[in-house]
Design a protein around this ligand. Structure first.
Ligand code: MAN
Length: 348
């Protein structure tokens, strides 16, 4: 295995303690999985901020959105109907909740390394009942003069894909849930192909099928159809349990290059790549056999959920690809890649 990532020496770039909680009284547990874009000459992150009350001995507590505020749910930790085996999810009386409530925060930077919260820009919060458990892992795609924000919307009804659009990062138009549960990891292509919008997304099929990457078409970037499954998990490999698209595919002369995450049965998350045909992106022409990045650094191995590198945002500058990623579901990090090197590591 060859790890192609040149990690920033400044990693982690951001940790939970670097920001103030969005909701007074809660603490930031994880700062992770940023969407990335350029705007007015700066590099911006739309970072996922996951919060919960400071945990007290004997009680599991977590927030959910209710009306215009939040409700804190508290459960005795010895309740026989409580299952907290996964630090990310709570199962109580047969129902699933999340241990943290996520919103999205805007940060910007002149050098792509030190980020600060600019004045005059509001955080994005869950708004509808489909977003009561939070909004997460946003992909940002600029098409013409409009930014498309596709994010994971979570509630007791399930996990689906929400869409908001903006031109100035101050006024947002909400298009509601564009792909219903169970679905996440949705990334819209940065340009239309033969007059149509395309997006990658990841449904999870409970019985037949699995956690595979699909592609869909749209006449307007809002209504999606013609769904096709294009990439599957691979038995006994690093991406055997689930795969999902990273940010918008990168246009190269060889095809559309997509960075994706793959997890195995031990929940180790690595990054890989695949290549789609330029004219017909439903056609996958190549894929990396091995990951291009695996969790190896301390900040990737230990944290809220260890052994995770996960990306949903990057910046392309010629051959240089800067991938911003969530490490151990707790920190924001960055690594540099050569696009040519990734292309050379594909198997056709
Ligand atoms: C999984 C993980 C969590 C996330 C939930 C809901 O459990 O990816 O981080 O909060 O799904 O999307």
């Amino acid at each position: 295995m060859k790890d192609l990532a040149k990690r920033f020496v400044q990693n982690p770039l951001l940790s939970p303690a670097d920001l103030k909680p969005g909701i007074p009284g809660l603490e930031i547990t994880c700062l992770l999985n940023p969407g990335v874009f350029t705007f007015e000459g700066k590099t911006w992150l739309l970072v996922r901020v996951a919060e919960r009350p400071k945990q007290q001995p004997g009680i599991i507590s977590f927030p959910v959105l209710k009306g215009n505020g939040i409700e804190i749910i508290e459960i005795p930790s010895d309740d026989p109907d409580l299952n907290v085996d996964d630090p990310r999810v709570i199962n109580f009386r047969g129902l699933d909740y999340l241990t943290t409530l996520s919103h999205l925060r805007l940060l910007c930077s002149d050098d792509g390394i030190s980020f600060y919260e600019p004045e005059g820009y509001s955080a994005l919060q869950g708004k509808t009942s489909q977003e009561a458990f939070g909004i997460e892992d946003c992909r940002v795609t600029l098409i013409e003069d409009t930014y498309y924000l596709t994010y994971t919307a979570v509630s007791e009804n399930g996990v689906g894909v929400g869409l908001r659009t903006t031109k100035d990062w101050k006024v947002f138009k909400s298009e509601g849930m564009i792909i219903p549960p169970h679905n996440k990891d949705c990334a819209i292509f940065q340009e239309k192909i033969n007059g149509k919008y395309y997006a990658l997304h990841r449904p999870s099929s409970v019985d037949l099928g699995g956690n595979f990457i699909w592609i869909a078409e749209s006449p307007d970037g809002i209504h999606w159809g013609k769904h096709q499954c294009i990439l599957k998990t691979r038995k006994d490999k690093w991406d055997s349990k689930r795969i999902g698209a990273g940010a918008s595919p990168i246009k190269t002369d060889k095809g559309w290059l997509e960075i994706y995450h793959g997890a195995n049965h031990a929940h180790r998350y690595c990054l890989g790549a695949f290549l789609m045909d330029l004219e017909n992106p439903a056609l996958v022409v190549a894929r990396t056999d091995e990951p291009i990045m695996v969790p190896i650094e301390q900040y990737e191995l230990t944290g809220f959920f260890g052994h995770v590198v996960f990306t949903n945002g990057h910046i392309v500058n010629g051959d240089e690809l800067t991938i911003y990623y969530g490490a151990a579901d707790e920190f924001v990090c960055a690594a540099m890649f050569s696009i040519q090197e990734i292309l050379s590591s594909l198997t056709y």
